[in-house]
Design a protein around this ligand. Structure first.
Ligand code: UD1
Ligand code: MG
Length: 486
């Protein structure tokens, strides 16, 4: 990119109502692969100019001031009367020293900084009043057409679709809505743009006509339509731009060593980080600040939001939100990590396991339809089928602490706050309302404590490895035969 682009003042137009989106939120807040449209434009503007962009907003889009407070300065356009009126509002607050103005549309989000740098250079080379980007497009519908002199050399004017004659509508070259202006000239002439007699709007491309009146050069950077200059006015165009961006993102990851079984059905936000040898199966959705370590496989249909996953894990048809997963963990099918869950190395969470705001230490097994919430679960503890931490008393949430090598029988209810010491066990169907000391067995409803028959083997000093087939939590059944029929 050109070093010389530094110093240009970027102005971003975002005051329009975006009525064609038929939305209650401003158009430029609609997202592409997890990031609002306007954020892309601000990033490109900053990259090319090295300056904080000036965003034009109006009362209906005032929320932008909050969302982008850290990233931009703002100019108010009291009523959105058209793009020229928006630039007029920007010039009213722009510093006098701004002698070059880059104007970007908030709804042309995929514009690339290196192309902008080229446009800046082009304007400077001819000391043009206006430099604009013209795109060859076989689908010009809805956009401003570039009207050229008969020899095709000179840009005479831009005509908006609403104002165009049938002949002009045939033109297959469109105005991208991206411009660089001579700042002093723009300041002098922006107030002279007249409203369109057709729509009553003040059109920014009218400056082309004013520059020609002033006998100042108008230059155009002519590019093929590669999708990065698409303007987004409705939801169909939004979907097309997202598809374009998705392909760019997926291509980048695949070239960096990620396998995508079907890249057309793999949805990776622009903010996601993937290591090499990650495998993404069809229908995977990765959102926000998610990152995934080397060799991890994400199975079909999984959705992962703001979650950090380690190496060599297998996540199968599951939903993970705002959590952390260490290396070699297996999750799913059909498991749900709710926010603030942390899963230790080699843990296994199976069918219909739900975890919320809990830490599961390495080697924990939770294979069958169970809920662990607001809990700490010690190393290699086995969570029997149907186990539930009853963490909510109707008013407050309470904590459950489960030690190492604990064996929770099927259908154990842990009524929080409650603590189970290392090596403790519970019988199937027990309702545990009081703390269970290390190595003790809790049985019944409400659970009473006793020493397990094979106590020596289950104390903290000799925490057993859960047997591969011991995951339904049934060994206490013999001692609770009276409820084994439940
Ligand atoms: C505009 C161009 C058109 C070009 C197209 C490219 C004009 C008149 N037309 O049309 O030649 O082909 O972009 O995408 O400029 N905005 C304001 N204040 C306003 C009106 C609009 O800030 O009063 C902002 C909008 O929020 C938007 C941008 O300007 O981000 C462009 O406005 P939009 O209404 O989308 O213009 P188009 O019809 O797409
Ligand atoms: Mg537009």
């Amino acid at each position: 990119m050109s070093q010389t682009s530094e110093g240009v003042l970027p102005v971003v137009l975002a005051a329009g109502l975006g009525t064609r989106m038929k939305s209650r939120q401003p158009k430029v807040l609609h997202e592409l692969c997890g990031r609002p449209m306007l954020a892309f434009v601000l990033a490109a503007a900053r990259e090319v100019s090295g300056r904080r962009p000036l965003v034009v907003y109006s009362p209906p889009t005032a929320v932008l001031k909050d969302v982008f407070a850290d990233e931009a300065d703002f100019a108010l356009q009291p009523t959105p009367l058209g793009t020229a009126d928006a630039v007029k509002a920007a010039m009213a607050v722009a510093p006098e020293s701004a002698d070059e103005i880059l104007v970007l549309s908030g709804d042309v989000p995929l514009v690339q900084a290196d192309l902008l740098a080229e446009l800046v250079d082009m304007r400077r080379a001819r000391n043009a009043a206006v430099a604009l980007i013209a795109v060859r497009s076989s689908e010009p519908e809805g956009l401003g057409r570039v009207v050229r002199s008969d020899d095709g050399g000179q840009v005479l004017r831009i005509v908006e679709e609403k104002d165009a004659t049938p002949d002009e509508l045939e033109i297959e070259e469109i105005n991208a809505g991206v411009y660089v202006f001579d700042g002093a000239w723009l300041r002098r002439r922006i107030g002279d743009v007249k409203a369109s007699p057709v729509s009553g709007e003040f059109y920014l491309p009218e400056l082309v006509t004013l520059a020609r009146e002033d006998r100042r050069p108008v230059v155009s950077l002519e590019v093929e339509d590669d999708g990065t200059l698409a303007g987004i006015n409705d939801r169909s165009q939004l979907a097309r731009a997202e598809l374009e961006l998705r392909m760019i993102i997926n291509e980048r990851h695949m070239l960096a060593g990620v396998t995508m079984v079907d890249p057309f059905r793999t949805y990776v936000d622009v903010t996601v980080e993937l290591a090499s040898d990650v495998v993404l199966e069809p229908g995977v959705v990765l959102r926000g600040s998610t990152s995934i370590g080397q060799g991890t496989r994400i199975g079909a249909g999984s959705q992962i939001i703001d979650t950090v996953i380690g190496r060599d894990c297998f996540i199968w048809a599951s939903m993970l939100e705002s959590s952390e997963v260490e290396d070699e963990v297996q999750i799913g099918p059909f498991s749900h990590l709710r926010p603030k869950s942390s899963i230790g190395r080699k843990a296994k969470l199976g069918n219909f396991a739900e975890v919320k705001a809990s830490r599961l230490e390495p080697g924990v097994q939770q294979h069958h339809f169970s809920y662990i919430g607001d809990a700490d679960v010690g190393e290699r503890t086995n969570v029997g089928a149907g186990t539930i931490t009853c963490n909510y008393d109707g008013v407050k949430k309470h904590h459950t602490k489960i030690g190492k090598g604990v064996f929770l029988g099927s259908d154990t209810m842990l009524v929080a706050p409650v603590e189970l010491g290392d090596g403790a066990r519970t019988g199937a169907g027990s309702v545990v309302t009081k703390d269970v000391p290390a190595g003790m067995l809790a049985l019944g409803v409400p659970a009473r404590l006793r020493k397990p028959r094979a106590q020596a083997e289950t104390t903290a000093a000799a925490v057993p490895e859960p047997a591969a087939d011991a995951d339904t939590g049934s060994p206490a059944v013999e001692e609770t035969a009276e409820r084994s029929h439940r």
